[in-house]
Design a protein around this ligand. Structure first.
Ligand code: SAH
Ligand code: SF4
Ligand code: F3S
Length: 471
């Protein structure tokens, strides 16, 4: 890997100094400014937002969930589907009035959408109330960019087109206390023909193993029990470098860290799911029995048009191999419906994979045209009604399968890592099984976030399980 992919220490120190200067500026003003960070998209973006909050805190900011009292509203955006982009533009547009009432308010947009030059340009010319825009490759420069907006009252736009960098040791304010996301690599080299991610996240670049392991050790000392290793395609970890370590080796090292109980990872690309990794999963006691292995489409012809580099048969054989070595682990997948040229027969192949594999759950998406990707200009786009109709049939089938799998949990005893209060019910706590299933149970007043407990399942539904604590 090229050396200049690592942001030099001096540059990070420079950012830290600017952050401290802004913090002093606020102190002099006798003010604790409040920031609201709104995140769209995948865990990678959530993880970036945690870093953004870390830097904001260093710059003297507190946090709010209330737009009316915010001094800074920052949207960390996702570009993967058009729907996600429209939602952001709608929400940013709606802030125009608030900005009129409160001219000191800074509205900012960052993340994957801003790596697309045409979108950043559109914001510059049509969303005049937005005064801070930056892309995914310059997140570590937030202190400099925000200071310029605050102190010089300038509109600041910073999107660079490089292949991306790795910035280490940036302050981070994490969302949860018992579990944490840890990025092991950034970017993607796969260029699936429908996907914008390689264009907005740059080339694959792996963090040094010693940096990853040091981060996890610190988390373990702080009481974090579960780690999810993140990357667009974790199985190609290390291929861009000469660490002498691949993802399987990394997993074995993480497994040795005391205090961590559970390890998960995502996402795995089927073409890179090596025997070494399956063996590591089998041998590492803390690696949970769960695998997210997106297949995207069942038809081998469509898979080839998507540039996925495997056939339907190879995918099914891989699932069999995984199950033969790892037993009845929980499996999940991503699926795209209505890719250009998808016929009814092709779609039937997708349903066939669902029937054969019986995933615990799937994330299914209607194909969305992304400007700049090869699939956007394919001339056989599937009409919207057909896409929707296929999508509904897919959901119906998967809901039945998910429910049948969940029903097998009825009256079973499971181990849960308690994650905290349920998002929907008061007086109810929520935790996850080793397979990653959410279980709600009544709060007995004694159970704490991060506890490992035993629960008997008393109720099952398509989406979740409910139970009673028995130990
Ligand atoms: N790197 C991961 C996932 C990245 S994006 C992987 O390869 O599996 C998450 C999911 O969004 C993808 O798996 C795919 O199912 C979906 N997706 C990506 N581009 C899309 C598009 N243009 N339209 C619809 N869904 C898309
Ligand atoms: Fe997109 Fe394919 Fe890369 Fe996943 S592997 S991020 S779907 S290009
Ligand atoms: Fe979206 Fe960017 Fe993640 S496009 S899916 S937030 S990498």
């Amino acid at each position: 890997m090229k050396k200049d992919r690592f942001v030099p220490k001096e540059e990070l120190l420079r950012q830290e100094e600017i952050a401290n200067a802004l913090s002093s500026y606020w102190k002099e003003q006798g003010k604790t400014p409040l920031a609201m960070v709104i995140t769209y998209g995948c865990q990678q973006n959530e993880n970036d937002s945690e870093r953004i909050r870390g830097m904001l805190s260093q710059m003297g900011y507190g946090f709010t969930e209330n737009k009316e009292e915010a001094d800074l509203i920052l949207f960390n955006t996702c570009a993967v589907r058009e729907g996600a982009e429209q939602r952001v533009l709608g929400n940013v547009g709606a802030l125009k009035h608030l900005k009129k009432r409160n001219p000191e308010l800074i509205v900012g947009i960052c993340g994957c959408m801003m790596q697309q030059q045409q979108v950043a340009e559109q914001i510059k010319s049509k969303y005049r109330h937005v005064s801070l825009v930056f892309g995914t490759h310059v997140v570590h420069r937030l202190p400099e960019l925000l200071s310029e907006t605050v102190m010089k009252k300038r509109r600041v736009f910073c999107t660079d087109d490089s292949e991306g960098v790795i910035a280490e040791d940036i302050p981070i304010l994490r969302e949860a206390d018992c579990k944490a996301w840890v990025s092991v690599m950034y970017g993607c080299n796969n260029f699936c023909t429908y996907c914008i991610v390689p264009y907005v996240r740059g080339r694959e670049r792996s963090r040094k193993p010693e940096k990853i392991l040091a981060e996890i050790k610190i988390l373990a000392e702080r009481g974090v029990k579960e780690i999810t290793l993140l990357g667009q395609n974790v199985n190609s970890y290390g291929k861009d470098a000469d660490f002498g370590m691949d993802f399987a080796d990394l997993l074995r090292e993480v497994n040795k860290i005391d205090g961590i109980f559970r390890i998960r990872f995502m996402t795995s690309h089927p073409k890179d799911m090596s025997d070494r990794l399956i063996d590591a999963m089998a041998e590492c006691d803390k690696v949970m029995p769960q695998l997210h292995l997106p297949f995207q489409a069942g038809s081998t012809r469509v898979l080839s048009e998507m540039n996925r580099k495997y056939t339907k048969e190879q995918y099914l054989a891989l699932v069999e191999k995984v199950r033969a070595k790892l037993g009845a682990i929980s499996m999940t997948s991503d699926i795209i419906v209505g890719f250009p040229g998808e016929t009814e027969e092709d779609f039937q192949e997708t349903l066939d994979v669902l029937e054969k594999v019986r995933f615990d759950s799937v994330f299914s998406f209607i194909y969305s045209k992304r400007t700049g990707t090869p699939a956007a200009t394919m001339d056989n786009q599937v009409p919207e009604e057909v896409q929707h109709e296929r999508f509904e049939r897919l959901l119906e089938l998967q809901n039945r399968i998910s429910r049948e799998i969940n029903e097998e949990y009825f009256e079973k005893t499971v181990e849960l890592l308690v994650e905290g209060a349920s998002k929907t019910d008061s007086g109810v706590l929520s935790g996850r099984t080793p397979e990653g299933k959410i279980v709600n149970f009544p709060d007995d007043g004694e159970t704490k976030t991060g506890d490992l407990i035993t629960v008997k399942i008393t109720k099952v539904s398509t989406w979740s399980l409910a139970g009673e604590k028995i130990g």
